[in-house]
Design a protein around this ligand. Sequence first.
Ligand code: SF4
Length: 72
Amino acid sequence: MAKVKVNHDACVGCGVCASMCPDVFVLGPDGKAIIVEQYRGASEAEGEIPDDLVDCARSAADSCPQQAITVE
Ligand code: SF4
């Protein structure tokens, strides 16, 4: 498992993460990225994902123009 978090203040809603890794990220009602419901934690902007999704989440984090995603 890995923890994944989206910094809502930094996210500009470009959608790159949701298209690169739709199993983890989705755009929420306000147009900013959130974690898919299945893996959501205390808030919709953070959660825990299984190991087989870590690579795609990291790729999305690397591609985020705002560096708004952390995976640890
Ligand atoms: Fe937001 Fe970054 Fe995802 Fe773009 S790639 S929607 S800025 S978290």
